[in-house]
Design a protein around this ligand. Sequence first.
Ligand SMILES: Cc1ncc(COP(=O)(O)O)c(C=O)c1O
Length: 513
Amino acid sequence: MPTVCDGASVNYSRGSSIVNKFDKNFEKCYHKRKYYDTKYEFIIPQMSHLKQSSAEIPAALGGTPVFERTPEAPFPRLEQWHQMTEAEAQIAYEMTLRNELSGASPTVQAFEAMWRERHQTRFAISVVNGTAAIHSAMFGLGVGPGDEVICPTYTWMGSITPALMLMAKPVFCEVDPSTLLIDVADVRGRITERTKAIIAVHLWGNVCDMDALMALSEETGVPVIEDCSHAHGATYKGTPCGSIAHAGAWSLQGSKSVSAGEGGMLATNSAALFERACLLGQVNRTVDIDAEHRNYAYLPMMGLGVKFRAHPLAIGIASVQMQKLDALNAGRRAYIDEISNGLREVPGVHSVSRYPGAEPAGFFGFPVHYREEELHGLPAQVFADALRKEGVLANNNPYPAVVGDGVPVFSGGMSTNSNPYPLLHTLPLFAQGLDIYTEGRGALCTPAMGGTYEGYSVGALPVTEKACSRLVFLPLLTNPVPHAAAGVLTAIRKSVAHAEPLARYARGIENVK
Ligand SMILES: Cc1ncc(COP(=O)(O)O)c(C=O)c1O
């Protein structure tokens, strides 16, 4: 059985020390206009017999970067897409003048109607954020004290933390290492008589194996919530994601493909679920459910008096964003396809798989599988760092960079636009538990806190841990500048072709720690 995690046992020091040394060298050498540390000059003479031009040699080993870098702009702007434009500002301006600032305003109702139509669901309602959408869906399903909710450990914590607010226990499951999505066979083994819901996250826009998941749901009677926060516009066998399971939830947070700044959407075909969801968070809003399907008609429309309603201005902005969604998806798909096609013959760097019938969209991040054993043992962090030296804002997924242990989530001190997530079971909250409601109450109370929660240790979900330690995130682009994809591919090919000297270089740095 899993044990409560001792955070100190997490070993991430090797990779990050290499990268820190790499970065220090880079800064030092860059300013001297000299690209390698004198301690490692032995690498360059060994490479000179290759008679390579400077452009062919990785910038990390003294060559010329693919994309020109300056101390002021270490990463050239490869993106021409502007997420927010005059149109979003205009609608917010006009709505303000119309005093459309609260409640189910005409813009909000029109947006929800459009959402229902696009996703082919009977009901759709806006909420304050994606976490509230998942909270509403869980409440709608009747998740409550003593229940269990199964969720992949590889997702954003908002996929599962609403369960804690409902006093239900999170049960983490593995992902399929090839797709990075919920492993349905693993879920089966974790279902108990207390399981009340399964969260299927279409992570990074990739689409879960919905046939297998819904078959399991039918067999066991456990409902499924689709978390579509990364996958706006994605479909499975032609059906919009978010309409396949019992409920769909979307984040419209600022970095998402459809941004409200802050916002969320819930959609479902179930009147019972919808009525409960509205009861929870849509205070004073008339719920459009016919009388025969209402279970709580005796409650006045203020429901529980809790307010998860979205701000109308945010929904106004999202309504403009929705008009651009198909163009955004087309741009990202073309860019990702170009890179993925280019990677076919490249050892060590492989595209993430898709299930048959899956049509990914949204693409909140662009991970690729990295195989150091195919590249002379070159660590993923050093590979990602070598790409950054080429001006490509890449990052490896620094599992297990446990937030809260003083470890930066972003290696090399640089953030990327493809955020890696720490695995949830390694977070102190889920690993060590918390007396959330004080006095030994709540689902995360360990025996020491007066409960039965066992916590998690590193190693508890080995398949996901291994898969996530072997990811590299590439820049995600929507409307790239000309030749951006070709440049990213060149940077990858250069680094792959020089994996052996890069690995020796990294080992040299490690030896002088
Ligand atoms: C997969 C996933 N689920 C849920 C959420 C929560 O959404 P929000 O931040 O809008 O509450 C996010 C946010 O990033 C997410 O990435």
